[in-house]
Ligand binder design. Structure first.
Ligand code: CDP
Ligand code: CDP
Length: 225
């Protein structure tokens, strides 16, 4: 059987992970797996059901009763929680604000990682998140750690909001991004950190096309080696 190929893309919020991961996966014919969407889905369900998000055990019990589906549709990916399309809803500020706390519990992470590894067991994947290269797929053939300055990342998020007709202050976006990064980097279980064998790529002044090109080049090099 042909060996499955794994591309792990990690990095802080709004560094461009999902945008480039999606395009790279499509070009390569691999499956794209957005692990952040899984943590966001659980956070959304916890908020909707009034689950105590400070209690990792309750969150794990909730997760055990929650079906999270990532479905490739056209150029994008839809996210379903228990059959309901939550693709847009899980990006709302209430979810963004609480997702780092929900993601910090070991019980929750163990179950998420088990689901993520199952998704990658039967096909070649591009998976993005925070702990993919360090923990979920430690043997990934290509590992990328995407970064960009926090100012640039706040501007990128602002442009997305603007397209949706919303005009939050760039400063509030910047603060929210910096706070989430801090929580993700400081948590005890699988914190956000560059894997030793990951290639760091600063995208601050790179276009999406340039980042994708670089990733595809790294994959090609590995496939030929
Ligand atoms: O797209 P954005 O960078 O805003 O975040 P995301 O990838 O959707 O991830 C949302 C949150 O989920 C992160 O801030 C982490 O707290 C958590 N997460 C995680 O802990 N581990 C992962 N593998 C992916 C996300
Ligand atoms: O997944 P992550 O939170 O790391 O980032 P994202 O959701 O892909 O958002 C990044 C935003 O920056 C998107 O609106 C992209 O169009 C834009 N962008 C990028 O991803 N990469 C660049 N090199 C330049 C802009």
């Amino acid at each position: 059987m042909e060996r499955l190929f794994q591309v792990a893309i990690d990095g802080p919020a709004a560094a461009g992970k999902s945008t480039v991961a999606k395009i790279a996966a499509k070009t390569l014919g691999f499956v794209y797996i957005d692990t952040g969407a899984m943590y966001r889905s659980l956070t959304y369900k916890a908020l909707m059901t009034g689950t105590d998000i400070n209690d990792g055990h309750q969150l794990k019990q909730l997760l055990d009763q929650t079906e999270i589906e990532l479905v490739q549709e056209g150029n994008g990916q839809k996210v379903y929680v228990d059959g309901t399309d939550v693709t847009d809803r899980i990006r709302y500020p209430d979810v963004s604000e609480h997702v780092s706390l929900v993601s910090s519990f070991e019980e929750v992470r163990m179950e998420m990682v088990s689901r993520q590894r199952k998704l990658a067991a039967s096909c070649s994947v591009v998976m993005d998140g925070r702990d993919i290269g360090t923990h979920v797929l430690p043997k990934a053939q290509v590992k990328i750690f995407l970064i960009a300055s926090v100012d640039e990342r706040a501007i990128r998020r602002y442009k997305e909001e603007e397209l949706k007709g919303r005009h939050p202050s760039i400063e509030s976006l910047r603060e929210a991004i910096a706070l989430r990064d801090k929580k993700d980097m400081e948590r005890e279980v699988s914190p956000l950190v560059k894997a030793e064998d990951a290639i760091a790529l600063d995208t601050t002044s790179l276009s999406i096309e340039e980042v994708v090109k670089k990733i595809l080049q790294l994959v090609k090099e590995k496939q030929l080696s």
